[in-house]
Ligand binder design. Structure first.
Ligand SMILES: Nc1ncnc2c1ncn2[C@@H]1O[C@H](COP(=O)(O)OP(=O)(O)OP(=O)(O)O)[C@@H](O)[C@H]1O
Ligand SMILES: C[C@@](O)(CCOP(=O)(O)OP(=O)(O)O)CC(=O)O
Length: 347
């Protein structure tokens, strides 16, 4: 290894995903092995994503992480498992331009800094752990020149949070539960990419973006311990994740436009809200629905199927309109890095 002054950095961006056949229940809590296969849609990172910068330098004296600008501890088992597994896959790295040479064996003694930012609420039932752990593992793999493909990396991200394994791919993704006791065959594969069904629109009604009272980890543990019906559950598809926020999937733009009109009729924004921040993400659906300002929302007519329809003003905090999106990418533009290129500390 060359002398102490250098910092090597990698920045990556990873999407969230929403399961349509849900993972709910583990057969192994430590390795995070599920009791059923699950299938998800990766959401467009233009609307919901995690950006993570990872850095290594001989001058770092411990592994450190900043999440959304605040330092957090990496001592938890899930972070430790991911760090250990990805270090085991690290390879030689040579950057002639910067005069950096790291041999495979050096990685055991080198520390990393991680800065991560979610552009949506964390721990609120919008799959921050999925995008977060996928991004951490993907970025570290690139930093350490690991040769694993995204399916193999998904088996590492899975040990951070189960649903994270599916965020290693865009489009429609299956997490194969696997059978092996060591978890080596419990990984994600892409079914089809995001272009396969590009008419699909996903509208998330964010009812609350506060931190959930019950984490998915605890909720599914309770289900495994108490529910006799759990083994039959994965024949059912539904659209609520672990939290109050409804995820509505429309099969094409026309259906999405009609759906948004009905949603805005029933759940208009509170009087002080503005439409621009009430419907975020892909705003073109608003335009297709003929809604340009609050006057258009007020003028929406009641859906004919319900008599005496009541409007619930302010019950939904905001709507996110999104669509199937791509998998992880590296961001090569240094201005998008979250760590300083010389100190390796948050910018
Ligand atoms: N960007 C990130 N990088 C690394 N870890 C993250 C990141 N964002 C969130 N996490 C981890 O995930 C935890 C939140 O996971 P949790 O399952 O409680 O919520 P969620 O993933 O947002 O919701 P859900 O899984 O129900 O959709 C955080 O406490 C943190 O440990
Ligand atoms: C309802 C779900 O979103 C549950 C996700 O749970 P997590 O993946 O957050 O749980 P841990 O593995 O304990 O971290 C369904 C799904 O994504 O399949």
């Amino acid at each position: 290894m060359a002398e102490k002054s250098w910092v090597r950095m990698v920045t990556a961006q990873t999407p969230t995903n929403i399961a349509v056949i849900k993972y709910w229940g583990k057969r192994d809590e430590t390795l995070i092995l599920p009791v059923n296969d699950s299938i998800s849609v990766t959401l467009d990172p233009a609307h919901l994503c995690t950006t993570t910068t990872v850095a290594v330098s001989p001058s770092f004296d411990q592994d450190r992480m900043w999440l959304n600008g605040k330092e957090i501890s990496l001592s938890g088992g899930r972070y430790q498992n991911c760090l250990r597994e990805i270090r085991a896959q690290a390879c030689d790295v040579e950057d002639e331009e910067k005069g950096i040479k790291i041999a495979k064996k050096d990685w055991e003694n080198l520390h990393v800094h991680v800065a991560s930012y979610n552009n949506f609420p964390t721990a609120a039932g919008l799959a921050s752990s999925a995008a977060g752990f996928a991004c951490l593992v993907f970025a570290l793999a690139k930093l350490m020149n690991a040769k694993e493909d995204n399916s193999e990396l998904s088996a590492i991200a899975r040990q951070g949070s189960g649903s994270a394994c599916r965020s290693l791919f865009g489009g429609f993704v299956k997490w194969i539960m696997g059978k092996a006791e060591d978890g080596s065959d419990s990984l994600a594969v892409q079914l089809v990419d995001e272009k396969h069904w590009d008419e699909l629109v996903i509208i998330i009604a964010v009812v609350s973006s506060r931190q959930k009272e019950t984490s998915s980890t605890t909720g599914m543990r309770d289900s495994v311990e108490t529910s006799l019906l759990l083994q039959h559950r994965a024949k059912v598809a539904y659209t609520f994740d672990a939290g109050p926020n409804a995820v509505l999937i429309a099969h094409n733009r026309k259906a999405a436009t009609q759906l948004l009109q009905k949603l805005l009729f029933y759940f208009p924004p509170s009087s002080d809200a503005d439409l621009n921040s009430y419907v975020i993400g892909d705003k073109s659906i608003l335009k297709d629905a003929g809604i340009e300002d609050m006057k258009d929302v007020e003028a929406l007519s009641p859906p004919p199927e319900i008599k005496n329809a009541q409007r619930s003003k302010g019950d939904v905090s905001y709507f996110i309109c999104t669509k199937p999106g791509r998998g992880p990418v590296l961001l090569s533009d240094e201005s998008q890095a979250l760590l300083h290129p010389e100190t390796g500390l948050p910018k």
